[in-house]
Design a protein around this ligand. Structure first.
Ligand code: ADP
Length: 192
């Protein structure tokens, strides 16, 4: 298996690039944001709990998202690899993911970190909010809170993987094609 974490702040293009990468490398896309929104749409107890945090721009508790990822790993035993998008978002989630992958005799091969300036992020998210119907994208205060959560809690995830030399930063501004091509060259360096 070849497992990638696509890392970066809200609005850095993880979702867009994920779609391209999963097709190209036949990976299973695991986006905790998408999984949580699907729970909310189905009005499950997990979804109802998560919604309270997401509406405020706060992270959902670790045990909730770790449980979701653990089930998703079990449900996909025969894939070429996983592309994690929006997970892990805390140091505790990173450690839990490493353990879950170890149980499956695999590991994270690379953390691709997209870098985008804060004002560009806010602009992109407000713009996405106009079309996506995502309420957390429609309100600038919620957007700023999500970026703050990223700065305070999620950035540490990069430090965690840095100690194993797994992090590569990629410029997240430019055309979708340019960014994709930079991501692919980093992936292919490590696949061979
Ligand atoms: P974005 O990266 O644009 O914020 P996501 O769809 O990845 O969008 O996440 C939306 C919201 O879902 C986050 O603000 C957070 O509340 C929740 N969420 C998603 N993934 C996680 C996670 N791994 N840990 C905790 N909360 C999460």
């Amino acid at each position: 298996m070849f497992n990638i974490i696509l890392f970066g702040p809200p609005g850095s293009g993880k979702g867009t690039q994920s779609e391209e990468l999963i097709t190209k490398y036949h990976l299973k896309h695991l986006s905790t944001g998408d999984l949580l929104r699907s729970e909310i749409n189905s009005k499950t107890p997990l979804g109802l709990e998560a919604k309270n945090f997401m509406d405020k721009g706060q992270l959902v508790p670790d045990e909730v998202v770790i449980g979701m990822i653990s089930s998703a790993l079990d449900e996909n035993p025969d894939v070429a690899g996983f592309l994690f998008d929006g997970f892990p978002r805390t140091a505790a989630q990173s450690k839990a993911l490493d353990k879950l992958l170890e149980l499956k005799n695999t590991a994270i091969h690379v953390v691709l970190a997209l870098e985008v300036g804060e004002e560009e992020l806010v602009k992109r998210l407000l713009n996405r909010g106009l079309k996506s119907g995502r309420s957390d994208d429609a309100n600038e205060m919620v957007i700023r809170e999500r970026i703050k959560e990223y700065e305070n809690k999620t950035k540490l995830v990069a430090d965690y993987y840095q100690q194993f030399n797994k992090v590569v930063t990629v410029k997240g501004e430019g055309t979708i094609e340019e960014i994709l091509s930079n991501l692919c060259s980093e992936i292919e360096k490590r696949m061979s």
